[in-house]
Ligand binder design. Structure first.
Ligand code: THU
Length: 138
């Protein structure tokens, strides 16, 4: 199993814990820190819809709250709980911006997967070109 597949497997695991009673769209993420630790996250919905947190941000906030602020890659899997074969689930704009806060856009890898062996890899710069980040405020 290569390192992408390992991360996808953990994202699939994380997806099982998604709390999505309203959309039924379950998402899991596995974020690899430069310390070698994988931080998992799922989406957590709320009866007050805007209070919902995406899987990617759950993973990032978990990592940062544990003291890790440098990252290599994130694997993301998401789709309706009603379908067996999920499509690729790209991160929303807010999550891309959260990634931008902590990651090098040219190096950070975003792995979108439909299964352990069916995945595509992008850099953050590809998914969030000409971005605004911490450097702009220095
Ligand atoms: N969602 C994520 O967790 N990550 C994404 O990349 C896209 C959307 C969640 C938010 C909400 O719980 C559900 O998917 C439908 O938008």
């Amino acid at each position: 199993m290569n390192r992408y597949e390992e991360l996808v497997e953990m994202a699939l695991e994380a997806r099982k814990l998604a709390y999505a009673p309203y959309s039924k769209f379950k998402v899991g993420a596995a974020l690899l820190g430069k310390n070698g630790v994988v931080y998992k996250g799922c989406n957590i919905e709320n009866a007050s819809y805007p209070a919902t947190n995406c899987a990617e941000r759950t993973a990032f906030f978990s990592a940062v709250s544990e003291g890790q602020k440098e990252f290599e890659a994130i694997a993301i899997v998401g789709g309706s709980e009603k379908v067996k074969d999920i499509e690729f689930c790209a991160p929303c704009g807010v999550c891309r911006q959260v990634m931008r806060e902590f990651c090098n856009p040219e190096k950070f890898e975003i792995i979108l997967a439909r299964s352990k062996t069916d995945y595509k890899v992008f850099t953050l710069a590809e998914l969030l070109p000409m971005s605004f980040g911490p450097d702009n405020l220095r």
